[in-house]
Ligand binder design. Structure first.
Ligand code: EPS
Length: 380
């Protein structure tokens, strides 16, 4: 079973991810992980913190001579802005953060909660996702995450482009959308929020291509891949909603306008879809909790950053007197960063389901099982 945990505080010494259950023999490119860490730090609307950090991964265990050895993998990212011992308590909880429920639940300080609740932790999740993606890439499974809406402004994605050109377009956009020509408008929305002491959220879409049939299972509730993906995505800081395929829109249409007809194309027998083509992909690549040979399409709604320069009403927890919430340095918009994070938490769940289906102790064994499954399934 592939799983991982993260540790670390926002202004602590470092962040870590500990991955368990990853096969041996997978070559690892550390720079590819660093590129994703770097992307997570970028995007228009980030605050001062990102100019202080230069996230890089250090692999402390589980890799030898450039490839995995089957043992637990320890990834570490240092915090340049390490200052936890010098930070003071916050007296007034900030609405929207974990400050109030956390301080009461743990009968402790707001500081102790906020340092761990911070989205700084997602650097460790991106490192873990980028690490396990290197297994999936060997099977031509590739993901792209991009922003489709910021502060209520929709950015129509140029999805007709070939996959590599979509990556170029996404990297060209300062807000990681699939339509860089919208950048000036989107930046204006972010600038207006900054000027008025406010913040903005948005919507992210992740698409995963090359998925074989049969990841996840209909046989038990906790093996359904849609449920597992939703949990992974909802657990990302500030995510308030998840949609797969048509999502909420499906509820408004008739069945005939929602479900994807099944056709067969002999020329595609050798592809991941085994020739079963669908003229539409409203299901977003999942039926009954299993991949169906189509691309996975998942969207996430991110609320605006909770820390506001113009603070909302709060209470001093000592005196119980009303007062504006405490202010801590923060970002105006972290939706572009969230597109990187959501992509990687999705890929971790895909890797986990992939290893369950084709699992083995080594890459060679997985490749063998994968090919045999494709041959058996194509003959079906
Ligand atoms: C965050 C507040 C800001 C963000 C931080 C998440 O940090 P600071 O309070 O240090 O300015 O920049 O995100 C990161 C540091 C990061 O690497 O993503 C928060 O309150 O969640």
């Amino acid at each position: 079973m592939l799983r991982y945990l993260t540790s670390g505080e926002s202004h602590g010494r470092c962040l870590s991810a500990l991955i368990d259950g990853f096969p041996a023999g997978v070559p690892i490119d550390t720079e590819a992980i660093d590129r994703e860490l770097r992307r997570r730090q970028m995007g228009y609307g980030r605050g001062k913190r990102q100019s202080l950090e230069e996230d890089k991964v250090e692999i402390l265990s589980g890799v030898w001579n450039g490839a995995t050895i089957g043992s637990p993998i320890h990834l570490r990212i240092d915090n340049n802005d390490f200052k936890l011992p010098r930070l003071l308590e916050l007296p007034r909880p900030r609405p929207g953060h974990g400050d109030l429920p956390g301080a009461i639940k743990y009968l402790g300080s707001i500081r102790g909660v906020l340092e761990r609740a911070s989205a700084r932790e997602t650097a460790a999740r991106v490192a873990a996702g980028a690490f396990v993606s290197q297994l999936l890439q060997r099977f031509n499974i590739r993901a792209i995450g991009y922003v489709v809406e910021i502060g209520g402004l929709a950015i129509p994605p140029l999805k007709h482009l070939p996959f590599d050109e979509q990556l170029t377009e996404r990297d060209r956009s300062e807000v990681f959308s699939l339509n860089a020509s919208y950048d000036p408008q989107v930046k204006q929305v972010i600038d207006q929020a900054r000027e008025s002491g406010d913040t903005v959220g948005g919507i992210i879409e992740v698409r995963v291509e090359g998925l074989p049939f049969g990841l996840g299972s209909h046989t038990q509730w906790d093996r359904k891949l849609d449920g597992r993906l939703a949990q992974a995505v909802m657990s990302v800081q500030a995510i308030k909603g998840v949609e797969i395929g048509l999502g909420f829109e499906a509820a408004r249409r008739r069945g005939s306008q929602v479900h994807d007809p099944i056709q067969f194309d002999e020329n595609r027998r050798g592809e991941a879809d085994l020739g079963y083509v669908r003229p539409t992909n409203n299901a977003g690549g999942l039926e009954a909790g299993m991949t169906n040979g189509q691309p996975l399409v998942i969207r996430a709604a991110k609320k605006p950053i909770s820390t506001l320069q113009k603070p909302l009403e709060s209470i001093d927890m000592e005196t119980k007197q009303p007062m504006g919430a405490s202010y801590e340095r923060s970002d105006i918009c972290a939706v572009p960063a969230a597109s990187v994070i959501v992509q990687h938490v999705v890929m971790f769940e895909i890797a986990s389901a992939f290893i369950e289906k084709f699992g083995g102790d080594s890459l060679a064994e997985i490749e063998d099982r994968y090919q045999r499954f494709l041959a058996l399934a194509a003959a079906r």
